[in-house]
Design a protein around this ligand. Structure first.
Ligand SMILES: Cc1cc2nc3c(=O)[nH]c(=O)nc-3n(C[C@H](O)[C@H](O)[C@H](O)COP(=O)(O)OP(=O)(O)OC[C@H]3O[C@@H](n4cnc5c(N)ncnc54)[C@H](O)[C@@H]3O)c2cc1C
Length: 391
């Protein structure tokens, strides 16, 4: 294992995870090459919603990690790095059926048990304090202390602050090993070879090919909508609204619970611009950058059912992105088994905006031989060693 801080590092992928890793490496004076097959935030990071949120996380390691992720956003906003890019707000998880009320009650207890400040709002509270919600809403849980950030803006902040220029349009084609396969000597790219003391793979869906993990990492598409500005309605929304169904769609209640081929969970986020970001789907099929009328109309129908005032707001655009999911529902973060100087950080599915900065910080702590802020024990790549991740 790398015992002393390295002098140089290559980070593969300039999404939020790679950009954060590069930022924290550079902050320690380590020379960084940040390589991307395309451009910064070109993939999931540039096509995400941006909930920096514990609200929907499954109890256990993901909830614990998200708590640290949200906390770091707050610290970096206070420091100035994320000032103006991280909007603090609550999340309101709203239940519209008896089944959703039951799931929400259990989830609220789990959040409170993890130390999250939650507040239950009865139907009467909602009618009085949250009139923009439709009468369908039977109860809600307010999750305090959360926020929202646009992924590509965070990447821009990280790159600008660290002065890192991304090697764009440079596809990493493979790792070159030495010392009987125990060390990465360098990487082969579409523009030639590069060497460094350590290599971090943060290539989202591109990580599967580099690690031989195509059966373990899977693409999961999502479709989102953005409305025009509607300042009065926006101001009346005290935070993001998440349908209780989102918990079911995301499989937050049971570890290993696979989502349906096309899950539809509703999150309505009032943006600082006065617009609304509304999402979205979780799909294991479909063309990556396309939207389809079925998904768009279902999202709109659900949104208007929960917030009827949205019926008078025009849709500006729809877009789609592809998350990187791991078959067991947990990310893949840590040292690559069998390699002294190789690390991976990917597989955050729908949580990478929240977890990107804290993961970048923690993987750099690991590289430098320190105790990472995040507990990686459940995220260890070694759990898939038999699938090809081992060198
Ligand atoms: C619709 C949607 C909604 C979402 N909503 C949220 C949300 O509300 N909250 C939240 O926390 N998260 C959300 N996410 C998830 C979040 O966007 C991702 O988890 C996160 O952006 C992943 O970041 P990343 O850096 O790991 O990967 P990516 O952003 O996918 O970046 C990987 C980068 O690696 C590059 N690359 C790939 N292969 C190679 C190669 N061989 N050589 C060089 N470069 C390579 C790519 O070009 C890309 O730039 C959402 C995602 C989607 C799609």
């Amino acid at each position: 294992m790398q015992s002393r801080p390295p002098s140089s590092a290559i980070v593969i992928g300039s999404g939020i995870v790679g950009a954060a890793t590069a930022y924290f490496l550079a902050r320690r004076g380590i020379a960084v090459r940040l390589i991307d097959a395309s451009a910064p935030a070109a993939e999931a990071t540039g096509a995400a919603d941006g909930a920096v949120s514990v609200a929907s996380k499954r109890p256990g390691p993901m909830m614990a990690a998200a708590l640290k992720g949200v906390r770091l956003y707050g610290e970096l906003a206070d420091e100035g790095l994320f000032a103006g890019a991280f909007k603090r707000r609550s999340t309101f998880i709203v239940a519209a059926s008896d089944e959703e009320c039951a799931v929400l009650d259990a989830h609220s207890a789990a959040l409170a048990g993890a130390g999250v400040r939650v507040e239950t709002l009865s139907e009467t509270d909602l009618r009085r304090d949250f009139p923009v919600l439709s009468p369908q809403a039977k109860m809600a849980v307010e999750v305090h202390g959360e926020g929202h950030a646009i992924g590509y803006q965070i990447v821009h902040r990280l790159l600008t602050a660290s002065g890192i220029t991304v090697d764009r349009d440079t596809r990493v084609e493979g790792l070159r090993l030495e010392d009987g396969g125990r060390r990465i000597a360098g990487i082969g790219t579409s523009r030639g070879s590069l060497t460094a003391d350590v290599v971090v793979i943060a290539a989202g869906n591109g990580s599967a090919g580099l690690l031989g993990l195509s059966g373990v990492l899977t693409p999961r598409k999502g479709q989102l909508l953005v409305t025009e500005r509607a300042p009065a309605l926006n101001a009346a929304m005290r935070g993001a609204i998440m349908s209780g169904r989102y918990l079911l769609s995301k499989g937050s209640q049971k570890a290993g619970h696979a989502p349906p081929p096309r899950g539809l969970g509703l999150v309505i986020d009032p943006l600082v611009t006065g617009q609304f970001l509304i999402g979205g789907t979780r799909e294991d099929f479909g063309k990556r950058e396309t939207n389809d009328i079925d998904a768009v109309s279902r999202i709109l129908k659900d949104a208007v059912a929960l917030v009827p005032g949205l019926a008078g707001v025009r849709l500006l655009r729809s877009f789609a992105g592809v998350r990187t999911a791991v078959i067991d529902g947990l990310p893949l973060v840590g040292r690559i088994p069998g390699l002294e100087n190789g690390y991976v950080a990917t597989g955050f599915e729908g949580d990478g905006i929240c977890l990107g900065p804290v993961t970048g910080k923690s993987i750099v702590q690991l590289i430098c031989g320190e105790e990472p802020d995040l507990d990686f024990s459940s995220f260890e790549p070694a759990r898939f060693a038999g699938h090809g991740v081992a060198a």
